[in-house]
Design a protein around this ligand. Sequence first.
Ligand code: BTN
Length: 320
Amino acid sequence: MSSQALQILADGEWHSGEELSEALSVSRTAVWKSLKKLSGLGLEVEALKGKGYKLKSPLSLLDKEKLKEQLSASDTLVSGEAIHVHWQIDSTNEEAKRELLKQPNQPVVILTESQTQGRGRRGRVWQSPFAENLYLTIGWPFTAGISSIEGLSLAVGLVVADVLTELGIADVSLKWPNDVLVANQKIAGVLIDISGDPLDCFNAVVGVGLNVNMSEAVIDQSWTSVLSQTGAYAQRTDLAAALIERLSVLLSEFQRHGFSHYHESWSRYDSMKGRQVVLSMGDQKVFGVSCGVDQNGAVLIECDGTIRAYNGGEISLRLV
Ligand code: BTN
């Protein structure tokens, strides 16, 4: 019932207790109880005598049927049955792994309104407030061993950057390996896990977190959202459809092409090329000038006149 109530309140307008109890066919006390449950999801419901109830801000809820319709009308390579939309789960990457155990070697798409244990790279927490952003994972079968997905995470970042640019957002860039930035503030991140046998047939579990309508959050790095960039609440279902369509094409073609096919496009978004950077790998630090990425997706850093390729670590600008 809370989900039906939320669908009514999602417009951010006032709705009377009477209207809600009629629409949900329950008593006004039951309405009040179900609205109280919404606070457990981190949602703030305002209540005012004579006016009724309203959400603090409007919400764009995921619409599974609309998503399936949009995807069936496009060139996407995932079937409607492969799409799972949740209300709240631990992490879409973890849920994708669970689904892949049930049906190995079949693409699977997981979306959720919120995550209780959203994961970022390097053990960080990924903030996942209810119905504000996109938390999306696609599980995709690969047949040629782990080396066949070298550079995949960069190519996924590239797809997200293209989708944002097509929305009319200016100044989109990429920070190796796969942070998507707008005006140097992080808007999206990519986390790829593996399930199955890395030497043979395995699934790439491709998680994407995109800040969509989030306007407040405590995050220890500078961040932005689609709302902040466009000034308008985005329809999350439309954005999810665009991402799933593009990512499914990428995932179906990546094994054949490898990263070199995407190298030139990635380089056009490279926010670090030619700049003084520091690459941190645990306690080790490499200081130098970023020379872009190579054909396999490794970052190239020039240090004392020598250019070396690095596959791991975290790059940041060196303040000189
Ligand atoms: C990063 O640190 O930049 C990567 C963030 C990846 C977050 C996404 S949200 C969907 C998927 N599920 C997770 O738990 N993490 C990824």
